[in-house]
Design a protein around this ligand. Sequence first.
Ligand code: NAD
Ligand code: LMR
Length: 326
Amino acid sequence: MSTTPVKVAVTGAAGQIGYSLLFRIASGALLGPDTPVELRLLEITPALKALEGVVMELDDCAFPTLAGVEIGDDPNAIFNGTNLAMLVGAMPRKEGMDRADLLAANGKIFTGQGKALNDHAADDIKVLVTGNPANTNALIAMSNAPDIPRERFNALTRLDHNRAKTQLAKKLGVSVTEITNLAIWGNHDDSMYPDLYNTKVGGKVAADLVEQTWITEEYIPTVAKRGGAIIAARGLSSAASAANATIDHMRDWVKGTDDWVSMSVPSDGSYGVTEGIVSSFPCVVKDGQYEIVQGIELNDFSRERIAASVARLESERDQVKELGLI
Ligand SMILES: NC(=O)c1ccc[n+]([C@@H]2O[C@H](COP(=O)([O-])OP(=O)(O)OC[C@H]3O[C@@H](n4cnc5c(N)ncnc54)[C@H](O)[C@@H]3O)[C@@H](O)[C@H]2O)c1
Ligand SMILES: O=C(O)C[C@H](O)C(=O)O
């Protein structure tokens, strides 16, 4: 085992997602069995007592890879020297709300945390935003951290990617391992677009294996509205699957990929997506750096869907500009 622990910050650590996420990071599911981690956990002051209880439980697991835990309510202290930051802490939506309805309440969290990361994080910091609306919260954090390279700010659409994979596998009666080149484009809201025209199943194009009406009337709405379906069923938003996707995204960003993955990243203008907004693309990762996959052919249907989702992201960007958050 190497000796220097990787400092992993998690915000909203006493929340639902935190309760699934922390134990998996501590057990080695993020960085492997040979890399010690130090958890740095941020909460609001009233939640610190509950967080102390979670830390007792972490102690009681005796994880060999857990080198230490620090908790607190000051982002400047918690982010000090942090290598990986998972920004989860934010209010979840309730039934009947859209994720964008959370912008006014949650957006301001990411101004202060962006500044604190800018001033105190380690030089190799990678920041992944899970708290909703995740794409625009990542834009806010990025805009408030001018000294950190923009590409170090990502948002989570891996949960949508994982959902899209399972729904397709179920439809075709195949294992998820047979599905490659899948990607979610756009925003983590109900305009997100899972593209089956470039997805492969056992080497064949997925869209050729299903009916077009299934894609438009069942598949895309099921994937895009899955978060709402879980809230309706559980009375609470997704937590274990969100923690799993947060681990999947950060692990692949650090360790690399052997297939396309969906990552929301600051757009460089690829595929006509407005530069600067944080949008989901098919990405590959090598040596800790992601690249947006280039040269993908998009049909007219895909282009229209992506443009509609980008319009949502532009509207969210304009709202947070008006609120003075970026
Ligand atoms: N991107 C995705 O795929 C995805 C999936 C699921 C949930 N989410 C989002 O993740 C967020 C968290 O969900 P949850 O179910 O864990 O919610 P939760 O309410 O159970 O926990 C949120 C925690 O964040 C804390 N918090 C609030 N403000 C904070 C701040 N300024 N600093 C640090 N901590 C703060 C709260 O005290 C709370 O403990 C929500 O916004 C939810 O919508 C995103
Ligand atoms: O739907 C939500 O509000 C939670 C989360 O974004 C999800 O997709 O499950």
